[in-house]
Design a protein around this ligand. Structure first.
Ligand code: SF4
Length: 104
């Protein structure tokens, strides 16, 4: 999967990154990290809904992002979609296309 060609026109380019992630976690380092508290991702959802990168961002995140709000979806929604659709999560650092891009 190719990392989206973000060109600076994505809606979140100047957004506070905190609107996309939970603040507190439990289970760090156990391989089963999960948020301690619920979070309202409405602001992120609204931002993504009109973003020109919504589709590539979502597809990337579905395959490669376990954490955070990406492409209009929460991490829980993507985890559920992976299970239902039989999609395997692939660590982006082990994805050859991504590594090639990052090493340029
Ligand atoms: S879809 Fe959302 S997370 Fe992805 S680039 Fe656009 S605003 Fe950012």
């Amino acid at each position: 999967m190719k990392y989206p060609e973000f060109d600076g026109t994505q809606n979140c380019v100047n957004a506070d990154v905190e609107i996309f992630f939970y603040e507190d976690w439990e289970g760090e380092g156990t391989g089963a990290r999960r948020p301690k508290n619920k979070k309202d991702f409405t602001a992120a959802k609204i931002m993504c809904s009109t973003c020109p990168f919504l589709e590539p961002c979502f597809l990337w995140a579905l395959h490669h992002e376990r954490y955070g709000f990406w492409g209009g979806t929460t991490e829980e929604e993507r985890a559920k979609m992976r299970t239902v659709k039989g999609i395997e999560y692939v660590n982006p650092l082990k994805d050859s296309l991504y590594v090639k891009r990052k090493n340029r």
